[in-house]
Design a protein around this ligand. Structure first.
Ligand code: NAI
Length: 397
């Protein structure tokens, strides 16, 4: 099939009519996906005059999958993401109980999507908790497969816990007392290097000035501290002509590091000091949401989970299924729309990506927005429904 995106010799090869699988998502998924698809098709059509067109392929996951085939994440869906390389998804409800893991985490782990990419920028018109939100323009590369999120966790009630505790006592001299749950925090050199390498490559390609390694290596020396050391080592060894540790050398990208708690202070006090950030899984989770809140964008921030080696990438809305407003034409589709913008950038369809950016930023600036954004604005604001918001984005491209 020649309408598949392929990875050839490490380079993504995108045909003019690529098949792109999508998961509509649960709750507001149907509302926001319909809106987003109309925006994507309009942007591609406007950018390429019919020369390029996405062939959307619906695949199932979440509640819709469970209703239709009795499984939350059918194998066919995972296979489609693997075969077609690029996919996009709306939010999925996490089934409660029954030992079912988060579907998002399962996809990230099974497809080894080792980077969680979260660009955070301010959109003019939104009122935010900080005075100068426009100073935030930060791209977070969060390691997606290790750290305390790897899933190595034992309940205090698990019969195996005593075995583990006595192993640590006898072999390591570590006395773990009382009724205790236990988790492992693996951080490998391999995962660190592949993550930081992509952050540096991104900085080079996008003319960024600084890459900051965010870690708690002062306390967790052999996991977070090792992340810092391996990150520096890789960047300076592999990119000696482009990267420096010397802040006075303005001809190169500066690589530096910051302790995670100081980072969370600094993004409020001097956000302009940060540009591209590479960090571990848990830090990355906290930092990307804190940054998104800072620009008033917690509901509109886009995201992607990417394996830059296999090429497999899933772009996704970062908010949840918002069951309270599902089916009411009230949901804000910006998160999945801006994730689509990232997807077109990844595909090299930059003209379509630019049109989406222009459509979204102009519409937000005009203050004709969905209720969630309207509540964060003052002055001449008009609340519009999901469908009308999408039409305005298309009109403003
Ligand atoms: P949520 O993000 O669905 O909702 C929190 C609040 O934000 C609600 O008041 C909701 O109406 C509002 N909201 C969220 N997205 C919105 C949008 N696009 N436009 C307007 N308002 C929006 O978070 P909650 O309630 O904690 O989770 C609901 C379900 O979503 C759970 O099953 C959870 O596991 C799942 N979830 C899925 C995620 C994903 O698939 N990436 C991420 C977060 C939660």
């Amino acid at each position: 099939m020649n309408n598949r995106v392929k990875m050839i010799d490490g380079v993504l090869n995108v045909p003019n009519n690529p098949v792109i699988p999508f998961v509509e998502g649960d709750g507001i998924g149907a509302d926001i996906w319909a809106a987003a698809q109309s925006v994507f098709d309009a942007a591609v059509n406007k950018a390429y005059n019919g020369e390029k067109k996405v062939e959307w392929l619906e695949v199932l996951a979440g509640g819709k999958a469970f209703d239709k085939c009795g499984e939350w994440l059918p194998q066919g869906t995972e296979d489609a993401f693997k075969d077609y390389l690029i996919g996009i998804k709306g939010p999925l409800m996490t089934p409660v109980g029954g030992g079912i893991r988060s579907l998002n985490v399962t996809l990230r782990q099974n497809l080894d999507l080792f980077v969680c990419l979260r660009p955070i920028t301010y959109y003019n018109g939104i009122e935010t908790p900080v005075k100068e939100p426009e100073k935030v323009d930060i791209v977070v590369f969060r390691e997606n497969t290790e750290d305390v999120y790897a899933g190595f966790e034992l309940s205090s009630e698990d019969p195996k816990i005593e075995k583990v505790k006595s192993f640590f006592k006898e072999e390591m001299g570590w006395d773990i007392k009382g009724e205790t749950g236990l988790g492992l925090k693996p951080m490998s050199k391999e995962s660190t290097v592949r993550l930081v390498r992509e952050a540096v490559k991104y900085a080079i390609k996008n003319d960024r000035k600084v890459v900051t390694l965010v870690h708690k290596g002062n306390i967790m020396k052999y996991t977070e501290g090792a992340f810092r050391n391996w990150g520096y080592e890789m960047a300076l060894n592999e990119f000696p002509d482009q990267v420096t540790k010397d802040p006075k050398d303005k001809s190169k990208i500066l690589i530096n590091d910051c302790i995670a708690d100081a980072f969370l202070q600094n993004i409020l006090l001097k956000p302009e000091a940060y540009d591209v950030v590479a960090t571990l899984n848990l830090n990355g989770d906290y930092c990307s949401d804190a940054l998104a809140a800072q620009v008033g964008g917690i509901g509109i921030s886009p995201g992607a989970n990417i394996n830059y080696h296999s090429g497999v990438a899933i772009f996704e809305a970062t908010h949840g299924t918002a069951p309270d407003i599902a089916g009411k034409d009230m949901a804000n589709p910006s998160s999945v729309i801006l994730s689509g913008k990232m997807m077109f950038e990844y595909m090299g369809w930059l003209e379509a990506a630019e049109l989406i950016e222009k459509g979204v930023s102009t519409t937000i600036k005009s203050k004709r927005v969905t209720g969630d954004l309207a509540s964060m604005m003052s002055g001449d604001v008009k609340t519009v429904g999901t469908k009308e918001f999408a039409s305005l984005i298309i009109k403003n491209m």
